[in-house]
Design a protein around this ligand. Structure first.
Ligand code: PEP
Ligand code: MG
Length: 919
C-alpha cells in the first residue's frame, strides 16, 4: 500500500478551513486562529499555513524541506487562486501574497514578515492598469524591495553588515535623499514618478551591495520569503526572546502565506489593531488604534502616533484627530460587531489586526490578548459575573505571577499631588517605578542587571533588539509610539511599568541628554513614572503598596481562589509588622519565624551585643548570664507576633545563626565585649578565632548549637512557652509550634524534645496552667533527615521542608558561592531553572516526596509544610500540593500568589482525575 504523505500545508478561506484554534502546536498561534476565524465565516484573506514541523525538520536536515512540501504549497496556492479568481504571477492581474511567521506562543516583532510578494517588473504595468493607481503600485514595490532585500537577501543569507551599512538603512537613506531633493517631508508626498525612480535606484543598490539582482520571478520570491521566515526562528532577537520567555527552540515557527489586502489604497483604506477589552485596565470597551492610508506594520512600528478607533477611547494625544467611528461609521460598526462575535466565540479578550481596503474590512489576525495582572483579574471576574466563563475558569485565567502586578507599588499619591509632572504619555504598563535614566538597552542591561541599579530605559522607540535592556530596567519610557507599539506590548507582557508616546521628550542621543519641559536631564538622573496615569516626574518620588481593601475584583477573585484551594498558605515573618502584612495578604499562619531576625537592623544593637556575649562566653555560667539578659528581648518579640496572629499557628524556629556572621571584628566592639565578659581583648580574640569555620554552612549551626549548649535551646523554649502562657492567661488564643533546625538524626530531636518537656512542665507549674498548647517538630533540610524521616517522625509532630538548605545539600551547591557557576548552568541549559527558585522536582523533590511518605507512614497525622523560598514559586507550590503537603509558607508579599497557585494545583488535579467541574 502506498504510504500517505504527511500533511504539511493547511488551507483556509472564509467559510472553509482545514485547521482550527486548537492546533496551535502545529499551525502556530497565528495560523490556528486564522483557520478558526475563516471557519467562522469572518472576512479573512485566503491563504495557507506551512506547519511548525516543517521548521523543525528544516533545522534537523540542515536547511532542507521534505520533498512533499513543494507539491502541497502549489496545490494550496491553486486553491487560493481559485477562491480569488486571480493568479499568482499573472502579469495582467497579479495576485500578491504576504509571508509571515507564527510560533505557538506570540513573539511580538521577533521574527520576520515579507509583504507584496509576487510583484515583479512584468506585473507592475498590469497592476497599474487594474488599480489605476501607479503611485500605490510603486509604493508597494519599493516596500517589497526594502523588506525582501533586508529579510531574505541579507539577514537570512547570514550577512552581517557593518554598523549603519545594512541594506535596509541604505535604502532608507536613498528615500530620505529623494524626499530632500523633492522638498517634501512625508513618504506620502512622493509622487508615482518619484517612487518609480526610487525603485530603480533601490534595485541598483541591491545589486551593488549584495552582489545579485533583486529576484524578478514570483515563485523565487515566494520560496525566498518562506525560507527567510524559517531562518528568522534562529535569528539573534528571536533566540534572545525565547531565552527570557523560556520558549523551547524545538517548537519552531509556522509560515503563513496569505493574499495581500491593502490599507494604503487611499483615504478610504487603513490598517489597525485592537483589543476586545482595554488591556491596561480590563474595562469592557473595544480598544484600538488605526492609521488611515497605511500598510502592514505601520501601527505596530510605533512611528506615527495612531488615531483611536472610537470616540470613547480617545486620549489627550489623539483627541483632535478623527476616530474610525467618525471617519468610517459603517466600517466601524461592522468591525465592532466582528470583535464582539469573536470575543463571544473565544470567551476571552482578543487582540485583533484588521485592514480596510477601499472601504472593505478584512481580519488579518486574532489571538488571546496579552494583559497586565490588574486587567487579567478584572476581565476574569467580569466575564465570570456575566456568565461568559465559570468561576473556576476565571481563577484559571489569572497567572499566579501576574497577580504580583495587582500588588504592585505605585507612586505615593501624597507625594504625587505635590509634584508637577514633567510630561504626560500613554499609560502602557501600570504601577509606579523610579530609577536612573539610561538611553541604551546595553547600558540598561549593564547597570540594571550586573550592577543591580534601578534604571529606567528612555528611548525614542524600542525595537526587538532592545529586549535585554527592557527586561533589566525598572520601567520603560518612550517618546513615540502608541499603546500597541513594541515597547507597550513587551512591557505589558512582563507586567512592567511603561509609558509610551511621550511626545514632549526631546532625546539627544549624541550627548546622552533628555530635554523636557525646559529641563535638561542626563544619564544617571532620577525620574519617577506613574505608568497607570502616564505621568513622568523629575527626581525620586516615594512608592507605596496598593490598596487591596478597595479592589473589589481582586477580593472577589481571591474568595473564589480560597474556596477552590485545598492546601494552606502561611507566611515567613519574623516581626509583628510582617505578621500583620501577612494576615492582610491572606496568610493562615506563620510557617517560619526566624528568631535570629532580632539581631539585624533597627533596634538590634542591644540584643546583638548580648548574643555576641553569649557566643563568646567560655563557661555555661557566663552563657546563662548572657541568656538571662537576652531573654526579655526573645520573649517580647515572640509574644507580639503570637498576639498579632491571634490563635493561628506560628512556627518558631530555634536559633540557626551562622556564628561567624555575628562575632565582632572591630577593635572598639571587641573591647566593649571583653570588658563586659571581664576578660582581656587578647583572650576574647582567641575565643573568636576559635569560632572561625572553614565551612560555616555545614558548621556549628542549628540544632548543633542546642546540643553543645543545651541552655541555648532551653532559654528559647522558655521564651516561647512563657509568652504563650501569658497570652493564654489574658484570655487570648495562641498556637506556637517549636521547630528545631538543621537536624539530621532522630537522636538530636529526642535530645531537644526532653528540653521542651522539662521547660513546659516548669512554665506550667510557675504560671499555674495545666498545659500550654504547642507542637514540637523539625525542619527537614538535610538529605539524611529526609531519608530517615520515619525515625524523625517518631518525635516530630510536624515537618517543615527547608528547601533552601535541602537544595544546597542536595546539589552540593553552596548558597553563598553559587553565583560563580550557576549562571553558566542556566545559560547552557544544563539546568532548566534556578533550583534555588523553582524546586528541582526530580532530585530535591524526590527527597521531599520520600520524606513525606516515610514520615506519614509512622505518624499518620504528621503536619507537613515548606518554608524555603520555593514556597512562593507557583510551579513549586503545585509540586507541594501533589506530594501532599498541608501548607506552603512564603514571604508575605507572595502569599496571594501562593494562594492562587494552590487553587490552580487543585484544579489541575481535578482535571487529571477527570472529575466534573461544576461551579
Ligand atoms: C531553608 O533552608 O530552606 C530555610 C528556610 O532556612 P534558612 O533559609 O534560614 O536556612
Ligand atoms: Mg535552612
Amino acid at each position: 500500500m502506498r504510504k500517505l504523505s504527511k500533511k504539511l500545508v493547511y488551507f483556509f478561506a472564509p467559510g472553509k478551513a482545514q485547521g482550527n484554534a486548537a492546533m496551535k502546536d502545529l499551525l502556530g498561534g497565528k495560523g490556528a486562529n486564522l483557520a478558526e476565524m475563516a471557519a467562522l465565516g469572518l472576512p479573512v484573506p485566503p491563504g495557507f499555513t506551512i506547519t511548525t514541523e516543517v521548521c523543525t525538520g528544516y533545522y534537523k536536515h540542515r536547511g532542507r524541506y521534505p520533498k512533499e512540501l513543494k507539491a502541497q504549497v502549489e496545490r494550496d496556492l491553486g486553491r487560493v487562486e481559485q477562491v480569488m479568481g486571480r493568479k499568482f504571477g499573472d502579469p495582467h492581474d497579479p495576485l500578491l501574497l504576504s509571508v509571515r511567521s507564527g510560533a505557538r506562543s506570540s513573539m511580538p516583532g521577533m521574527m520576520e514578515t515579507v509583504l507584496n510578494i509576487g510583484l515583479t517588473t512584468k506585473a507592475i504595468p498590469g497592476l497599474i492598469a487594474k488599480t489605476g493607481n501607479p503611485r500605490f503600485v510603486y509604493d508597494a514595490y519599493r516596500r517589497l524591495i526594502m523588506m525582501y532585500s533586508d529579510v531574505v537577501m541579507e539577514k537570512a543569507a547570514g550577512i552581517e553588515p557593518a554598523e549603519g551599512r545594512g541594506i535596509r538603512l541604505q535604502l532608507e537613506r536613498l528615500m530620505a535623499r529623494m524626499k530632500e531633493a523633492r522638498g517634501v517631508s512625508k513618504d506620502t508626498d512622493l509622487t508615482a514618478e518619484d517612487l518609480q525612480v526610487l525603485c530603480d535606484e533601490f534595485r541598483a543598490r541591491v545589486q551593488e551591495v549584495l552582489g545579485k539582482p533583486f529576484p524578478d520571478d514570483p515563485v523565487d520570491q515566494l520560496w525566498g520569503g518562506i525560507g527567510a521566515i524559517f531562518q528568522s526562528w534562529m535569528g539573534r532577537r528571536a533566540v534572545a526572546y525565547r531565552r527570557i520567555e523560556k520558549i523551547p527552540d524545538d517548537w519552531g515557527t509556522a509560515v503563513n502565506v496569505q493574499v495581500m489586502v491593502f490599507g494604503n489604497m487611499g483615504d478610504n483604506s487603513g490598517t489597525g489593531v485592537g483589543f476586545t477589552r482595554d488591556p491596561a485596565t480590563g474595562a469592557n470597551v473595544f480598544y484600538g488604534e488605526w492609521l488611515p492610508n497605511a500598510q502592514g506594520e505601520d501601527v505596530v512600528a510605533g512611528i506615527r502616533t495612531p488615531l483611536h478607533v472610537n470616540e470613547a477611547g480617545k486620549t489627550e494625544h489623539n483627541r483632535h484627530l478623527p476616530s474610525l467611528q467618525t471617519a468610517m461609521p459603517q466600517v466601524y460598526r461592522q468591525l465592532n460587531a466582528l470583535q464582539k462575535k469573536l470575543e463571544r466565540h473565544y470567551r476571552d479578550m482578543l487582540d485583533i489586526e484588521f485592514t480596510i481596503e477601499e472601504g472593505r474590512r478584512w481580519m488579518l489576525q486574532c489571538r488571546v490578548g496579552k494583559r497586565n495582572g490588574v486587567a487579567a483579574v478584572k476581565m476574569a471576574v467580569d466575564m465570570a459575573e456575566s456568565r461568559l466563563i465559570t468561576r473556576q475558569e476565571a481563577v484559571r485565567r489569572v497567572r499566579p505571577d501576574a497577580l504580583i502586578q495587582v500588588l504592585l507599588p505605585m507612586v505615593d499619591p501624597q507625594a504625587e499631588r505635590n509634584a508637577r509632572p514633567l510630561a504626560k504619555g500613554l499609560p502602557a504598563g501600570p504601577g509606579g517605578a523610579h530609577g536612573m535614566i539610561v538611553f541604551t538597552a546595553d547600558e540598561a542591561a549593564r547597570r540594571g542587571k550586573e550592577l543591580k541599579e534601578r534604571v529606567i530605559l528612555v528611548r525614542n522607540e524600542t525595537s526587538p533588539e532592545d529586549v535585554h535592556g527592557m527586561h533589566a530596567a525598572q520601567a520603560i519610557l518612550t517618546a513615540r509610539g502608541g499603546m500597541t507599539s513594541h515597547a507597550a506590548l513587551v512591557a505589558r507582557g512582563w507586567g512592567k511599568c511603561c509609558i509610551v508616546g511621550c511626545a514632549a521628550l526631546d532625546i539627544d542621543m549624541d550627548h546622552r541628554r533628555l530635554c523636557v519641559d525646559g529641563r535638561a536631564l542626563r544619564e544617571g538622573d532620577w525620574i519617577t513614572l506613574n505608568g497607570t496615569a502616564g505621568l513622568v516626574y523629575e527626581g525620586r518620588l516615594p512608592l507605596v503598596s496598593p490598596d487591596l481593601e478597595h479592589n473589589q475584583e481582586y477580593r472577589r477573585l481571591m474568595r473564589w481562589v480560597d474556596s477552590l484551594r485545598k492546601m494552606g498558605v502561611r507566611a515567613n515573618a519574623d516581626t509583628p509588622q510582617d505578621a500583620r502584612q501577612a494576615v492582610a495578604f491572606g496568610a493562615e499562619g506563620i510557617g517560619l519565624f526566624r528568631t535570629e531576625h532580632m539581631f539585624y537592623g533597627e533596634g538590634s544593637a542591644e540584643p546583638l551585643f548580648l548574643l555576641r556575649k553569649m557566643i563568646a562566653s567560655a563557661t555555661e555560667a557566663q552563657r546563662r548570664k548572657a541568656l538571662d539578659e537576652l531573654f526579655p528581648f526573645m520573649k517580647s518579640d515572640i509574644r507580639a507576633t503570637l498576639q498579632v496572629m491571634g490563635g493561628r499557628p506560628v512556627t518558631i524556629r530555634l536559633l540557626d545563626p551562622p556564628l561567624h556572621e555575628f562575632v565582632p571584628h572591630e577593635p572598639a566592639r571587641l573591647k566593649e565585649l571583653a570588658d563586659s565578659l571581664g576578660v582581656s581583648v587578647d583572650d576574647l580574640e582567641r575565643r573568636v578565632s576559635a569560632l572561625r569555620e572553614s565551612n560555616p554552612m555545614m558548621g556549628h549551626r542549628g540544632v548543633r548549637l542546642g546540643i553543645t549548649y543545651p541552655e541555648v535551646s532551653e532559654y528559647q523554649v522558655r521564651a516561647i512557652l512563657e509568652a504563650a502562657a501569658e497570652l493564654i492567661k489574658e484570655g487570648k488564643r495562641v498556637m506556637p509550634e517549636i521547630m528545631i533546625p538543621v537536624t539530621c538524626t532522630a537522636g538530636e530531636l529526642e535530645h531537644q524534645l526532653q528540653i521542651c518537656r522539662r521547660v513546659h512542665e516548669d512554665v506550667c507549674r510557675r504560671l499555674g496552667l495545666k498545659r500550654v498548647p504547642y507542637l514540637f517538630g523539625t525542619m527537614i533540610e538535610i538529605p539524611r533527615a529526609a531519608l530517615t524521616a520515619g525515625k524523625m517522625a517518631q518525635t516530630s509532630e510536624f515537618f517543615s521542608f527547608g528547601t533552601n538548605d535541602m537544595t544546597q545539600m542536595g546539589f552540593g551547591f553552596s548558597r553563598d558561592d553559587m553565583g560563580a557557576f550557576l549562571p553558566a548552568y542556566l545559560k547552557t541549559g544544563i539546568l532548566p531553572d534556578d533550583p534555588f527558585q523553582t524546586i528541582d522536582q526530580e532530585g530535591v523533590g524526590e527527597l521531599v516526596r520520600f520524606g513525606i511518605e516515610r514520615g506519614r507512614a509512622v505518624r499518620k497525622d504528621l503536619k507537613v509544610g515548606i518554608c524555603g523560598e520555593h514556597g512562593g514559586d507557583p510551579e513549586s507550590v503545585k509540586f507541594c500540593y501533589r506530594v501532599g503537603m498541608d501548607y506552603v509558607s512564603c514571604s508575605p508579599f507572595r502569599v496571594p500568589v501562593a494562594r492562587l497557585a494552590a487553587a490552580h494545583a487543585a484544579l489541575e488535579a481535578k482535571a487529571r482525575g477527570k472529575q466534573p467541574e461544576g461551579d
